[in-house]
Design a binder for this molecule. Structure first.
Ligand code: GLC
Length: 747
């Protein structure tokens, strides 16, 4: 391109720039300014250059999907790439950005995306673990830190938060979400977006977030990844869509379409989902990107005969950017010539991508995220590591603690640390740990050595592998158990047994771990089981023999230290399950906000013609909202300010909670509502609020909740979303099963 044109462009573009207006994700005026700037560039672009902006390619630094090509540098040079993902480090990003802004004709800077899912270099607990803290402030802070570290290494776009609700622990990606409840999942979605995007996307330490996977990816039949999703509109709107909407209301700048179909239409070619619901009804103005080659996958889905038709379906449905499929580059020019795709559709998609780049400040400074100084000083800092340790402790859920075996005294004479996860480091990262380095992770054994008194004798035996049938290691493990005052037995899954393409048909302890537990507990009844896993496990046999069980998930870089702090009483566990633990896989889907059915069982009676199994109870092993503490909390009765309301009233609920134990402790007081009669059947309870309170030993506090008629709305059979007057029940308590109930009516 001649130098005059390039100067004209930069004067034209930079002439608008001046100082970048603050661009809070929700503000409207800078959007118009950015749209004007983007339009000035759009007018200069050829159709091929426009289409180039709609293509996203992976570098060959990391592999997150089935297709990889390494000609992405040539594509950048030819103006056929609008963004690159799986590339980071300042020098590498700068080298690629240099090709875009110095060697392509129009010098349009690139977006650099990455899956920053639970930390960048400092890895935090997996998102499912984080959700068990019910701590929005910590969740938001973890994303703030992740954004700071990722942008310090050249990244400006994260494919996160993943907000897919799931009721099926066979599905491997439950590790990546926030469990089974939409109300909690929506709160967490908003917190994550705010953490990533901050108040101004142009700040060099904020990331463009991308809510995924739109939509209902977490409801595949049989829990098998990528499988068919088919449900009623009511269930889709009641139980799966709210967290995506919460992310959009929080100002998320991009949306990723999901691999799955919903009732016959793949999300990547669903004009109702994208153009109608997402853009028109919800008012989303950001960019829509596909998941990895999900346009290409419209062919095996059986809705497109070839890649040209697939590209046409996707762009006309509202998909702006093609991740790794290279379909837009190959077919859109011809589709425009054939008038199967309008130039307006292309221009609208390009505008949304250019506006995102303006919001990030990339036109003002394409190297804004390329600071070698920041890379040296803002990654894996002492503060970030300290936060990760505390977050790992907060994510733990105490499932059982018979006779107060926990916490263990720091002055233990001897302890045997046994099991396949006892000295695992890489596994502490969990799945989707992106740039995390397993060698930097603290294993449980290392964490105990760091925390126990130096005089404590520590024996270590692996006992068995995670997932094989050999019991050859049992004898040494049993001997170590016999010789110790206490045993800490670390069991569970490897990090690769959850995450993408990692569904399991059974969710029991893998291999011979249950047999190891039986042998160890028989040898030494003072055995604490520590679980490392990426999904709820069906462990009734373990629960029946283990005196204490601590669920720790995969706690990230500081997992071992964080878990040791809990085991040794430095932190009193406060986690509460956000996903139901089934008794066995046959109960799935099992979740707390279920319907009553016409033949609900009465647990106090034995009746044949009721909704039940012949061989197992209906109840879960551990319910939603469940988690113990080292102390005990006693609840008073829930009281209301009155018992008959109008639709305009605020319902005020009060309950007192006393810490009747010896330890200061945090309690997540949960509020559920049961709409006793609806125009359609209603769940037996729905989470509508919680309050996490710290109560000193012997102290008490009164928690107040306020509800309005808006909180009681639901989708009617005609899909009207509204509230009905009638009879309601409030349930307040320490988990979804143990609650104090009080009734009220609204006229
Ligand atoms: C993967 C995942 C998606 C991720 C993308 C890019 O297939 O489904 O969550 O963001 O590819 O890595």
């Amino acid at each position: 391109m001649n130098w005059k044109l390039s100067i004209a462009i930069w004067l034209g573009v930079s002439g608008y720039l001046g100082t970048l207006p603050s661009c809070s994700p929700n503000s409207s005026s800078p959007d118009r300014v950015y749209e004007q700037k983007a339009d000035s560039i759009l007018k200069l672009m050829t159709l091929e250059e426009k289409i180039g902006q709609l293509s996203l390619f992976t570098s060959d630094w990391d592999v997150t999907g089935p297709v990889i090509n390494n000609n992405y540098k040539q594509l950048i040079k030819e103006g056929k790439a609008g963004a690159i993902f799986n590339a980071f480090s300042v020098d590498y990003v700068r080298s690629l950005q240099k090709v875009a802004v110095e060697e392509s004709r129009l010098k349009i800077p690139l977006l650099f995306g990455y899956d920053v899912i639970h930390g960048h270099k400092t890895i935090f607990p997996i998102p499912l673990a984080q959700s068990c803290t019910w701590d929005m402030e910590s969740i938001e802070k973890s994303e703030r830190i992740a954004a700071s570290e990722a942008t310090a290494e050249g990244i400006n776009w994260t494919f996160s938060p993943m907000v897919d609700i799931s009721r099926d622990p066979r599905w491997g990606r439950v590790m990546e979400g926030s469990g089974e409840d939409v109300w909690l999942g929506s709160s967490i979605a908003a917190a994550r977006v705010k953490g990533f995007q901050g108040d101004n996307l142009a700040d060099p330490n904020t990331l463009l977030a991308c809510v995924k996977h739109f939509a209902a990816y977490g409801a595949p039949e049989a829990g098998r990844d990528y499988n068919t999703v088919d449900m009623s509109q009511q269930s889709l709107f009641e139980n799966y869509l709210p967290p995506y909407k919460a992310a959009i209301d929080a100002g998320v700048g991009s949306v990723m379409t999901s691999f799955n179909e919903i009732a016959g239409t793949p999300s990547t070619s669903n004009p109702w989902l994208l153009n109608e619901l997402l853009r028109k009804k919800w008012g989303f103005k950001g960019l829509v990107v596909t998941d990895y080659t999900s346009i290409n996958e419209l062919i095996p889905h059986g809705v497109a005969t070839d890649s040209a038709e697939a590209g046409m379906l996707a762009i006309n449905a509202g998909v702006d950017m093609d991740m790794q499929g290279n379909i837009y580059n190959r077919h859109l020019i011809q589709l425009v010539k054939q008038q199967k795709v309008s130039k307006e559709t292309i221009d609208n998609a390009v505008m949304r991508i250019l506006v995102a780049k303006f919001k990030l400040g990339l036109f003002a400074d394409p190297y804004r995220y390329c600071s070698n100084q920041r890379e040296k000083t803002e990654v894996l800092t002492i503060e970030n590591i300290a936060f990760a340790r505390k977050f790992a402790s907060k994510s733990c859920v105490l499932l059982k603690n018979q006779n107060q075996l926990l916490p263990l005294p720091i002055t233990l004479n001897s302890v045997a640390v046994i099991g396949p996860l006892a000295d695992a480091k890489q596994d502490m990262l969990g799945s989707w740990s992106a740039a995390g380095d397993g060698k930097r992770c603290i294993s449980l054994l290392e964490g105990l050595k760091n925390t126990l008194n130096s005089e404590t004798k520590i024996a270590y035996e692996i006992g068995c592998a995670v997932n094989d049938q050999s019991t050859a290691g049992f004898a040494k493990a049993v001997a170590a158990a016999r010789g110790a005052q206490v045993v800490i037995l670390a069991l569970g899954e490897t990090r690769d047994m959850s995450g993408e393409a990692a569904s399991r048909s059974t969710i029991s302890l893998p291999g011979v771990q249950q047999q190891l537990a039986e042998a160890i507990i028989k040898a030494n009844p003072k055995t604490v089981v520590v679980l490392f896993n990426g999904r709820p496990l069906a462990i009734p046999e373990l629960d029946s023999i283990a005196p204490a069980i601590l669920e720790t998930w995969f706690g990230g870089t500081e997992a071992g230290n964080g878990v040791a702090d809990v085991l040794l009483g430095k932190y009193n566990p406060s986690g509460k399950l956000t996903m139901t633990f089934p008794r066995n896989v046959g109960q799935i889907p099992i979740y707390y906000n279920h319907k009553n059915t016409g033949r609900p069982i009465d647990p106090s009676k034995v009746e044949k013609y009721k909704s039940k199994y012949l061989d197992i109870a209906n109840t879960p092993l551990y319910p939603f909202g469940y988690g113990l503490s080292y102390t005990t909390f006693d609840y008073s009765n829930a009281v209301l300010d009155k018992y008959e309301y109008t639709a305009e009233d605020t319902i005020v609920v009060r309950i007192s909670v006393m810490n009747s134990g010896k330890f200061d402790g945090e309690e997540v007081v949960q509020l559920y509502v049961h709409d006793l009669v609806g125009e359609v059947t209603r769940p037996v309870k729905e989470l509508k609020g919680f309050s996490k309170v710290l109560i000193p030993a012997g102290g008490s506090t009164t928690v107040t909740f306020k509800l309005t008629a808006n909180d009681l709305r639901y989708y009617h059979s005609n899909m009207d979303y509204k509230f009905d007057p009638g009879q309601f029940e409030i349930l307040v308590g320490t988990n979804s099963d143990q609650t104090k109930k009080v009734n009220f009516s609204i006229k």
